[in-house]
Design a protein around this ligand. Structure first.
Ligand code: NOJ
Ligand code: CA
Length: 553
């Protein structure tokens, strides 16, 4: 499949998202400036210099729109405003301008699949079975004996249907019962959502991450979903195979309509949240490159951090990419346990090295640049509806631990909120994750490593946009690959085992230069072959540039 719109051409320079590092900010937990315990837009403004120092090029803000905050902003009651908790539209404009002045982009989080039940559209829809907005949502009569219309399940536990006793009908919601799903089979819904998008594009936002874009349209006949024969008994939502609530063929037309609008404004980005394996994911680039420029690739989230499995994961994803499509990689987000908790602290640096040297746009989750761990949340402070609605499985399914405040300093409230404020989630202590202040002073810190890595990536075309080639090194715990562009060539070697290992380099005659290691090493040191790597060490090595222009040694 050829993606005409994405074709490489010297006259047509690559769009900005092919070189930028994307950084996800969960605004509630970034920085609180007014002392209400919740992060705000002014906090992000104050943090811009820090963000710039990470060499990230695009900030993605989880939702900041007016919301009852039942799902912390993923339940929108007004798509064209800013929740007072976060600030004002004026604060937003100030932030956008300041971000642009620093040479960074800003994208927002669009939640088009569902609204809050407080959104005027739903209030009207619910008010009367004959209201002209009734069909903006998915309403159905009860099934047998008053049961829900079909067997669909909510991600947040229980049926995906709630009975509205006033009208005697059920409405559909795949998340909380306060998040009714819009009906994209009704043309006015799409038009209304396009108007909301236009509002922000006119204001100058550089794009959107689009929430659960692969769920936007459901089976027209609302057929029951089959049982999942491989269900492991843990997450109740996985009892069914989601063949009628997700990834429906009609979704692509909706995404194309979004994209056509974005394209009217120049280089505006759609990052699609799509939790599908690579074989289903690729369709979301669009047959003519006319859907998402970056359909989120969650394969590193689902893959165990072992060298041979990772190698296969990258090979499989790269092999399936349509011609001209640009890859992307993600390690974590606000829905998944923190990287350093999930794979263990020793491997967390390796994972960042992998993320920032693979071919494609990397997305970093706030705090992962510090090696931040999951916070511990006492039962009485659990906030996440996914946990609250499912007390039987809630503790492990809850997402609060990965959403705790960013630790700026060692001081009161770790500098996240003014002294005396009561942060919405516990701030964690310095021994678990040392603060930005502490790590900035320590040359062996995670943060120092991250900054060196992101600086190197952004300064070397081969790392930023070069070709990827797997290198065979005969050791189960080693993954190696080359990145090359014009006459530059880098060799990346990642060692996922815990004990030192000796790696034979392909051609010992060629003097390789060590550009970066996950471990403290003297960068000036010349490299000996065979190369000895410590447990969980990863390195970026550079080949010398051939004296004969354009030729590789
Ligand atoms: C995906 C978001 O990432 C998650 O946080 C949210 O709860 C659901 N979509 C519903 O909007
Ligand atoms: Ca605040």
């Amino acid at each position: 499949m050829a993606l005409n719109a994405l074709k490489d051409s010297p006259k047509d320079p690559k769009p900005w998202w092919e070189s930028a590092i994307v950084y996800q900010i969960y605004p509630r937990s970034f920085k609180d400036t007014n002392g209400d315990g919740v992060g705000d837009l002014r906090g992000i403004l104050e943090g811009l210099d820090y963000l710039k120092s990470l060499h990230v090029g695009c900030l993605w803000l989880s939702p900041v729109f007016p919301s009852p905050m039942r799902d912390f902003g993923y339940d929108v009651k007004d798509y064209e405003g800013i929740d007072p908790l976060f600030g004002t539209l004026e604060d937003f404009d100030t932030l956008l301008t300041a971000t642009h002045q620093l040479g960074m982009k800003l994208i927002l989080d669009l939640v088009p699949n569902h609204t809050s039940d407080q959104h005027p559209w739903f209030i009207e829809s619910r008010s009367d079975r004959d209201h002209d907005k009734r069909d903006w949502y998915v309403w159905r009569d009860p099934g047998m004996a008053g049961a829900p219309p079909n067997n669909w399940l909510s991600f947040f536990g229980g049926p995906a249907w709630t009975l509205d006793s006033a009208s005697g009908q059920y409405y559909l919601h795949q998340f909380d019962s306060t998040q009714p799903e819009l009906n994209y089979r009704h043309p006015a819904v799409l038009e209304a959502m396009l108007d909301n998008i236009r509002f922000w594009l006119e204001r100058g936002v550089d794009g959107f991450r689009i929430d659960v874009i692969w769920l936007l349209i459901k089976d027209a006949w609302l057929r029951d979903e089959p049982l999942n024969p491989n269900w492991d008994g843990s997450n109740p939502h996985e009892q069914l195979l989601h063949i009628y609530t997700a990834d429906q063929p009609e979704v692509h037309q909706i995404i194309r309509s979004f994209r056509a609008l974005f394209d009217q404004y120049g280089e505006r980005l759609i990052v699609g949240e799509i939790d599908l394996p690579p074989e289903n994911l690729m369709a979301y680039y669009g047959l003519a490159g006319d859907e998402c420029q970056l359909p989120f690739n969650f394969s590193l989230i689902h893959t165990p951090f072992e060298a041979q499995i990772l190698r296969q994961t990258v090979r499989d994803y790269e092999a399936r990419l349509p011609a001209g499509a640009w890859p992307n990689w993600v390690l974590g987000n606000h829905d998944r346990p923190r990287l350093a908790t999930r794979i263990g602290a020793p491997k967390a640096r390796l994972a960042q090295l992998l993320l920032l040297t693979l071919r494609g746009t990397p997305t970093c989750y706030y705090g992962d640049e510090l090696g931040m761990l999951n916070g511990s949340i006492p039962k009485e402070r659990i906030k996440d509806p996914q946990a609250i609605n499912q007390p039987e499985v809630g503790e492990w399914i809850g997402r609060d631990p990965q959403r705790t405040p960013l630790p700026w300093t060692k001081g009161p409230n770790r500098g996240f909120a003014p002294p005396g404020a009561d942060p919405w989630l516990p701030v964690g202590d310095e021994t678990a994750t040392p603060s930005i202040e502490t790590q900035s002073r320590d040359l062996s810190s995670f943060l120092h490593f991250f900054r060196s890595l992101s600086a190197l990536r952004q300064s070397e075309a081969a790392l930023m946009k070069g070709d990827y080639r797997e290198i065979a090194i005969d050791h189960d715990d080693i993954m190696a690959y080359e990145r090359s562009f014009a006459d530059q060539r880098f060799l990346i070697i990642l060692h996922f085992g815990g004990t030192p290992v000796t790696v034979p380099l392909q051609d010992p005659e060629i003097p390789l230069k060590l550009r970066l290691s996950t471990h403290p090493r003297s960068i000036a040191a010349s490299l000996d072959s065979p190369l000895t790597l410590a447990g969980y060490e990863g390195v970026i090595l550079q080949y010398p540039i051939s004296p004969m222009k354009g030729r590789r040694p």
